[in-house]
Write a protein that binds this ligand. Sequence first.
Ligand code: AP5
Length: 218
Amino acid sequence: MRVILLGAPGAGKGTQAQFIKEKYGIPQISTGDMLRAAVKAGTPLGLEAKKVMDAGQLVSDEIIIGLVKERVAQDDCEKGYLLDGFPRTIPQANAMRDNNIDVDYVVEIDVEDEEIIKRLSGRRVHPESGRVYHVVYNPPKEEGKDDETGEPLIQRDDDTEETVRHRLDVYHSQTKVLVEYYKIFSQEDTKNAPEYVKVPGVGSMTDIRDNIFEALGD
Ligand code: AP5
């Protein structure tokens, strides 16, 4: 099972990724999480990425493609993987094809911009695990603490309203074109053409989860 989760910032990719990776026993490869780990570790890549991420811009294709190529070559990806937040540009999608990083499904989670702004202002995350909460829509059992470890939850630096609006602009100008890209690719008569599916991303998280599982052939 090799899947791309496509959708605007805050569409629920990270939330649904938790369900999918558990059900199919595949690793979640989140380029955003990988970059935040590099920022936290203070590596040269992290220092460079932080400025770009805080401004709501995209990190260069070259860096991202290098990270993903290295990650999918690891042993735990043999039975599949879930790509969350990658690809995000046409050059990234082309690089996947050039490097034979194939996928079976491209799942687009569709949510309107105004809903996204409400969601991201209330988001809290557990950085070590990638678990995602919302102060109203999906609160932790104990306020401000991760359900499994009890460790503190944080608010991401790029979740301010101004940066979220900028991230949405970047999504519409650079990433949304991938919807058409994958619709066309899915119609190709080649064995590596993925199946493209669109799932409405508003409503209960478990209903959205069930719709995704159904789309993945469950
Ligand atoms: P990244 O970490 O990938 O962020 P993103 O794509 O902007 O997506 P988010 O993580 O913000 O949202 P999500 O869709 O996962 O939503 P979530 O499930 O958390 O990227 C961050 C930055 O890194 C980028 O801006 C860029 O700089 C860089 N980067 C990363 N990848 C890159 C790449 N490939 N190329 C270049 N640069 C890259 O949900 C959001 C909130 O809503 C949560 O609080 C959740 O609880 C709540 N929620 C979820 N579902 C529902 C629901 N159904 N109803 C109500 N609330 C819900």
